[in-house]
Design a protein around this ligand. Structure first.
Ligand code: IPM
Ligand code: MN
Length: 351
């Protein structure tokens, strides 16, 4: 069976990092022996500016015929803030009901970590960010816009079903890991609506007697992630807190160039992307770091059921990043295509 992969390069550095991701995908497929088709889509700000269309009518439904979507990055200062992000990334997340945003934070080499004295043994956590609700649910508005009486609201929306499926997923992930610990990160002391998270976490936790349940308020969690990242194993949190805290996590594991995410609905078409933005200033300069997108390809392989291929790519990335060849994850430290080539080389060497 050939897998069907949709590739959306998007804006800024998106197309060039996706190119490297697809290059690595081809090498892994060749090495482990599976077949796939890639359909490339031109959606993004440039496409919107020339056609007036963000995503064509029926496109989301059409994505359901694919096994997975690989996305580069979205964001371009030429259009209204958030318009294309919500119209593409948001639409894919919400309309395909990709309710989990899975964000692993793993340090491969001490020199990639900005925290003094922290080693790979200290930084190995998995963040589960709820991906469809909270302030991202879209309930917002302005009244008396532009006047001194203007009021602006955005509602943090939590449903029992939405909270429970994210928490349940976190417990299931924790069951597969040696430490078997889940930390709930919230701000229920100030945002009382998040009491729903507190109660749901306690209830679901009772079904998993082997899992150690832990809790941290989000402000303290930021502090602990810098001071004692080794305290975290699996963490589950709201959409907005998850967005913010995983950028911090990205830095702890070596920078935005390395952090990947899976927007997942188990058993259905899901979307894989780096967590970084479109970095327009680096566009077409062969400076962007494609490792995050390549790591997203790794998560995609696991999702579509190519466990062996996923393992191979995981090992290739771990070998490369823990070795001496890649000196820095910063943009420009290595050429975009050179990093892609290094991963391909390592995949072939292992295969
Ligand atoms: C992310 C991004 C998006 C988000 C933006 C582009 C809307 O920051 O995937 O983390 O806030 O979810
Ligand atoms: Mn983000």
């Amino acid at each position: 069976m050939a897998y069907d992969i949709a590739a959306l390069g998007g804006d800024g550095i998106g197309p060039e990092v996706v190119r490297e991701g697809l290059k690595v995908l081809a090498a892994v497929a060749e090495t482990t022996g599976f077949t796939y088709n890639v359909t490339e889509f031109p959606f993004g700000t440039e496409h919107y500016l020339s056609t007036g269309v963000i995503l064509p009518e029926g496109q989301i439904e059409a994505f359901r015929d694919f096994d997975a979507i690989l996305l580069g990055a979205i964001g371009d200062p030429r259009v209204e803030v958030g318009l294309i992000e919500r119209g593409i990334i948001g639409a894919i997340r919400w309309d395909l009901d990709l309710y989990i945003n899975l964000r692993p934070i793993k340090l491969y080499h001490e020199r990639l970590c900005p925290l003094k004295g922290k080693t790979p043994a200290d930084v190995d956590m998995i963040f589960i960010r709820e991906n469809t609700e909270d302030a991202y649910a879209g309930m917002h508005g302005f009244v008396h816009k532009g006047s001194p009486l203007e009021v602006s609201t955005q509602t943090m929306v939590y449903s029992r079903a939405g909270v429970e499926r994210a928490i349940r997923y976190a417990f299931e992930v924790a069951m597969t890991r040696p430490r078997k610990q889940v930390t709930l990160i919230d701000k229920a002391n100030a945002v009382r609506a998040q009491d729903l998270w507190t109660r749901t976490f306690a209830e679901v936790g009772e079904e998993y007697p082997d899992i150690k349940c832990d809790h941290a308020y989000v402000d303290a969690a930021c502090m602990w992630m810098v001071k004692n990242p080794e305290w975290f194993d699996v963490a589950v949190t709201t959409n907005l807190f998850g967005d913010i805290i995983t950028d911090l996590g990205a830095m702890v594991q070596g920078g935005m160039g390395i952090a990947a995410s899976g927007n997942i609905h188990p058993g259905q078409v899901s979307m894989f992307e780096s967590i970084h933005g479109s970095a327009p200033k680096y566009k077409d300069q062969n400076k962007a770091n494609p490792i995050a997108t390549i790591a997203a390809v790794q998560m995609m392989l696991v999702h579509i059921g190519e466990a062996e291929a996923g393992k191979l790519l995981d090992t290739a990335l771990a070998n490369l990043l823990s070795g001496d060849r890649v000196t820095s994850m910063n943009a420009g430290a290595h050429a975009t295509d050179a990093l892609g080539d290094m991963v391909v080389e390592e995949v072939r060497r292992l295969g």
